[in-house]
Design a protein around this ligand. Structure first.
Ligand code: SD4
Length: 340
């Protein structure tokens, strides 16, 4: 352990050799970081603010943080204009909407997840049922759908006219192109709460990459991939190209970096840096993270400009820019190296 710490500190300079071309607003507004108020809610993308506000409303009216995560994420899932989450999500290559979601509750280290579920607009709610009413963590496809129906969820067509038109256009023009993520076509919601008791809870919900192969599962419903909550340390959530998040277990890694003492934003930067260093794609991973620690510090980082996240306290709510990495040098990766 001693060696580990020495290694980590010695490599400290390596952390900051990442080129940051977009310093987050949070850095220029120290009051935000000092607020450390509880409850505190953060989520991915500007649209997350509506989910945060719903979640805060639930907490303030005496609801649990699990209710708050679920009902907050439901706001995004129910928004037909959002083409990456819930109803209205862009379909797979066959024109079928398949949704992924997971939920994690710090106390008891509980988790539930559904993957590739069809016809159910609120997969986060089904994930919660998996967590609370089964001995399992993950249900997939037909089994997840049948379970949802057995729990009283309504089946419906999730393909809206708008998403259908986009799919038809894709079919006509781009059929041979691999589905790819870019800042313009992903909007997964990951939402993290530090409640009044200092407990952490998180949720993540998505329709995944547009026009994906049927059956493809991304990072969002994978514990440690698209979401991770450790009630002793903190929580992290992801958006972006799931394959690239998954292969590096990024949300888990971010929480582990926080365990080693990094504040949330630096933990996100460090995870991206580590992934980019060993990945053939380098920094072109198209991945973005939010993180919140047990002390109420929060931050976000992504591979490139444009990623914003919503931060809500009982007193205020705002949209912040994440740190953005433009380049990663070949220097050592801090935080996980041992001296020989
Ligand atoms: C996925 N990570 O399925 C999701 C997509 C996403 O914003 O984040 N969209 O790969």
């Amino acid at each position: 352990m001693k060696l580990y710490r020495r290694g980590f500190l010695a490599k400290g300079a390596g952390i900051f050799s990442v080129a940051l071309y977009n310093r987050p607003k949070a850095f220029s507004n120290p009051n935000i970081r000092k607020t450390m108020s509880r409850p505190l809610i953060i989520s991915t993308w500007p649209f997350g603010e509506a989910a945060n506000k719903k979640a805060m409303e639930i907490i303030e009216s005496g609801g649990s943080s699990l209710d708050a995560v679920e009902k907050g994420v439901n706001v995004t899932e129910n928004d037909k204009e959002n083409t990456s989450v819930g109803i209205g999500g862009l379909p797979n290559s066959e024109g079928i909407v398949q949704l992924d979601a997971c939920i994690m509750h710090g106390p008891g280290h509980k988790a539930g997840s559904v993957m590739g579920i069809e016809k159910i607009r609120n997969p986060i709610s089904v994930a919660r049922k998996v967590m609370e009413h089964t001995p399992h963590v993950q249900l997939v496809g037909k089994g997840a759908q049948e379970f949802a129906v057995s729990q009283g969820f309504k089946e419906e067509d999730l393909l809206t006219e708008k998403s259908k038109l986009k799919w038809l256009e894709w079919k006509k023009n781009n059929q041979k192109k691999k589905p790819e993520g870019s800042i313009d076509n992903h909007d997964t919601i990951a939402l993290l709460i530090l409640d009044e008791n200092g407990d952490l809870t998180g949720g993540c919900s998505t329709s995944g990459l547009a026009f994906k192969l049927p059956g493809r599962v991304g990072d969002s419903p994978i514990i440690g991939g698209g979401l991770y909550v450790d009630n002793e340390i903190g929580a992290a959530g992801a958006t972006g190209v799931g394959e690239n998040v998954l292969r590096h277990c990024c949300s888990f890694m971010i929480v582990e970096f926080m365990r080693q003492g990094l504040p949330p934003e630096e933990a996100c930067i460090q995870a991206i840096k580590r992934a980019a260093k060993i990945d053939p794609k380098g920094i072109d991973l198209n991945i973005f993270f939010i993180a919140l620690d047990k002390k109420g510090r929060y931050g976000a980082a992504g591979t490139g400009k444009g990623f914003q996240y919503a931060v809500t306290t009982p007193k205020q709510s705002e949209i912040l820019n994440s740190a953005a990495l433009s380049d990663v040098d070949a220097g050592p990766v801090g935080g996980n190296e041992f001296d020989n």
